[in-house]
Every structure is written in C-alpha cells, then in structure tokens.
Ligand binder design. Structure first.
Ligand code: NCD
Length: 293
C-alpha cells in the first residue's frame, strides 16, 4: 500500500488514521515497539524542515530507524541518476520510502516500481496528503467536528500543493471551502471566491499559504502577487475574527508576526500535530503492531 493521494483512501481509512493519530498524540513516547526493527527512508529532493523531520521523529517514536537524504545534491541524482533507479535501489534498503520531489506525479511514478510503500511528502505543485491529514486532525481537534465548518483558503492556491490535497478532503467531510486567492493564483477547483474582509468576518478557519516562488515562471506575476494579500492582526480584528489561523509553514511575508500573539494563531500547534499524524501513517502503511506488546 502507498499514500500518494487521499483520493486513494476511503472515509473509513481516514477516520482510522485520525483515530490512531489521536492515540499517539496523547503520549508520543510509549510506542517504540510498533515499528521496532524497521527502516524508514526519507528521500527529499526539495527543501523541507517540518515534513522530513516530523516523519523522522515519527519513525523514531515508533522504534524504527531512519536513513535518507535531505538534499538531492548529496545523492546520485546530482550525477544524473533517474528517480526510477534511485527508488529501485532505496526500496532494497528500507521498509518504506517517504519521498518529496519537485516533479508533479513523482510519487505515483515511484509507487509503480517500488517494492515497499511510498509516501508522497509533496510532489511539485501536485499533492501533499499527509499535510492535509494533519490539517484535518487539527481542525477536528479544535472544533470537535468538521461538518459545517467554513474554511477559507488564502494565498497561492494555484501552486500550493497543501491546498490541493486539503480542499477535496474537507469537502468530503462536510466542510464548506472558499478561497481568497492571490491575484492570478486561484485554486484549480472552482471554489467560491470571497474577499479577505469577508473571510475574516465569517470563516472558522483562515488557512494561509505562502507564494510558491520556486514554481513561478513569470517574474512580473510574482511581483504582482507579492504586493497583495497580507494577513496581520489588524485584518483579523477589523473583521471581528472568531476562528483560527492555520498555515502549513514556512510563512514568509503573507502572515505577519503580530498574529503569533493573537488568540486565533494555531500554526505552531498544527506543526506539532504532524508527528502524531505521521506516526499513524507510518504504522498503517507498515502494518505496525498498534496493540501493546
Ligand atoms: C508545504 C510544502 O512543502 O508544500 N510545507 C510543508 O510541508 N509544511 C508548504 C510550503 O512549502 O509552502
């Protein structure tokens, strides 16, 4: 089994992962038997802080060991090796491969030929399913439900892969998803567009994303987009915002530091939840022993 897109998982699978994550989140420290003796490989061909390190923390918390690379320039990709050849080899070394790659569809390509589970940790502007799972986990924990929540996606919704995975997932679980795109950067799905002021006045969640500068091919479009859409405490207070602010991080200029002290700011809690959710994903994919030894 692989985790390439959440479309591949049933609602029951997702509920099961969220439930397991809840169990791990209660106490991340007492589960070292679950994947004892296993090896997880993190193969990261693009920069990452949270995704790679929370996967590695999750693997260690479950008793597995990690191998991998955080920088493709130190792997044989720098010598011209294809992704396919790299994956064939890594599948002989590890029991699961967590893959981040700049090409959309890379994880699906890897899954075609890997003998061990592949987890998509971000494929270009494609998807980022484990981020969407942890976002869902955070929202459900905070509100106690997903049904009927209004989630406004803000920022670069065209190239941002987290929102590509998150929007359909939220809709499946009964949330209403709207968008406040940066100019020219609307979500590929036809989500209703609202203004930032409307979002601040009515949304339960403002899900803010950064401009994916590395995916822009047009410098002028990047400058136009950069000059617009910045969330600060003033924007929230002007709308009487009652919800929570989430962000997959890293944030750059789109989310001001003065929001950090605002009661609505939840993005660092969101990042912390990544470990428990990724423990649930690794345990499920590697068929870990969830019962006590
Ligand atoms: C995101 C990503 O890599 O897509 N980061 C993350 O995994 N938390 C968001 C981003 O880079 O903007």
């Amino acid at each position: 089994m692989n985790l390439i897109s959440l479309d591949d998982l049933s609602d029951a699978d997702i509920e099961g992962l969220l439930e397991a994550a809840e169990g791990f989140a209660q106490d991340v420290r007492s589960h070292e038997h679950v994947l004892a003796g296993r090896i997880v490989c993190t193969a990261f061909f693009e920069p990452s802080t949270r995704t790679r390190l929370s996967f590695e923390a999750a693997a260690h918390r479950l008793g597995a060991r990690c191998i991998g690379f955080a920088d493709a320039s130190t792997s044989s990709a720098a010598k011209g090796e294809t992704l396919e050849d790299t994956i064939r080899v890594l599948a002989g070394y590890a029991d699961a491969i967590v893959l981040r790659h700049p090409a959309t569809g890379a994880a699906a390509r890897a899954a075609q030929l890997s003998q061990v589970p592949i987890v998509n940790a971000g494929d270009g502007a494609g998807e980022h399913p484990t981020q969407a799972l942890l976002d869902l986990f955070m929202m459900r924990r905070h509100f106690g439900r997903l049904e009927g929540l209004h989630v406004a996606l803000v920022g670069d919704l065209r190239y941002g892969r987290t929102v590509h995975s998150l929007a359909p997932l939220l809709q499946r679980f009964g949330a209403t998803v709207t968008q406040v795109p940066a100019p020219g950067l609307a979500h590929p799905e036809p989500l209703p567009e609202i203004s930032l002021a409307e979002a601040a006045a009515s949304a339960d969640v403002l899900y803010v994303t950064r401009l994916q500068e590395e995916r822009f091919t047009d410098a002028a479009a990047l400058t136009t987009a950069k000059n617009r859409l910045r969330i600060d405490a003033g924007v929230l207070d002007a709308g009487g915002f009652q919800g929570i602010v989430m962000h997959p991080l890293p944030r750059v200029d789109e989310l001001a530091a003065d929001v950090d002290g605002h009661p609505s700011a939840k993005y660092f809690d969101q990042a912390r939840n990544g470990v428990a959710v990724r423990m649930a994903v690794l345990a499920a994919l590697l068929d870990g022993r969830l019962e006590e030894p």
